[in-house]
Design a protein around this ligand. Structure first.
Ligand code: SAH
Length: 213
């Protein structure tokens, strides 16, 4: 993987763009400044890696727009050592952002092709999630619950109950909710059975797919 001065310069500009768009969390901005996003994309798209846009990856999926990654991560309020569950591993770019911020990361992907590809790829860049899981994110990952944060990177038609149930006290679930467009929604677990809900504007994600039996 080549990461040259051109790439580094383009990343600096991208970080400036994200600041102008309102991203304030310096740990998020530092992570984006450091991670070679072009390495997460097919070679044909390298020139597009540092514009603030989503792009196609394998299996008809997308690598989320940098602003969206930054905003979701900021809303998650990640602290070093936090245990985070990501739903929708995809390219692994968001996973890398969380790892760069010192989080312990579990991530679930339902597309086997992507799961296998990203599992091989992340360690090559030195990124080691605690566990990558091939499975259905609607169920969360009970075996390692509770989590300080859960981040859903696909559009959920509704809020899956297991995700709320797997939050630690004080933990945050960041989830885009809706079908055609999604409202970025944050649930904070204030007490065992009490969740605060906040909304942060409209986005457009690929759908969180449900495997119906
Ligand atoms: N975080 C990714 C974003 C990928 S797009 C990145 O930074 O590149 C959303 C991902 O969610 C896709 O890879 C898609 O396959 C996955 N996905 C969709 N429905 C899912 C489900 N029910 N469980 C787990 N992953 C799912």
């Amino acid at each position: 993987m080549i990461d040259n001065y051109t790439h580094k310069g383009l990343r600096k500009k991208l970080v400036e763009t994200l600041k102008l768009k309102g991203i304030e969390d310096t740990a998020v901005l530092n992570a984006i400044n450091k991670i070679p996003r072009h390495a997460f994309m097919d070679s044909g798209f390298v020139n597009h890696a540092y514009v603030d846009k989503a792009f196609p990856i394998a299996a008809d999926q997308t690598i989320s727009q940098p602003y969206t990654v930054a905003r979701q991560t900021e809303l998650l309020e990640v602290k070093k050592g936090d245990r985070i569950l990501e739903i929708g591993t995809g390219s692994g770019y968001q996973t890398a952002v969380l790892l760069e911020m010192g989080a312990i990361v579990y991530s679930i992907e339902r597309q086997n092709e992507l799961f296998k590809k990203t599992k091989l790829f992340l360690p090559k860049l030195g990124y080691r999630p605690k566990k990558l899981i091939f499975g259905d994110g609607y169920r969360g990952y009970e075996a390692e619950a509770p989590y300080d944060g859960i981040l859903v990177t696909a559009g959920a038609p509704y809020v899956p109950k297991p995700l709320l149930a797997q939050l630690a006290l004080g933990g945050r679930l960041v989830i885009p909710v809706g079908t055609d467009t999604q409202i970025m929604t944050v649930y904070t677990r204030e007490e065992a059975n009490k969740f605060e809900k906040e909304e942060f504007g409209a986005y457009r994600f690929v759908p969180l797919l449900e495997d119906k039996e």
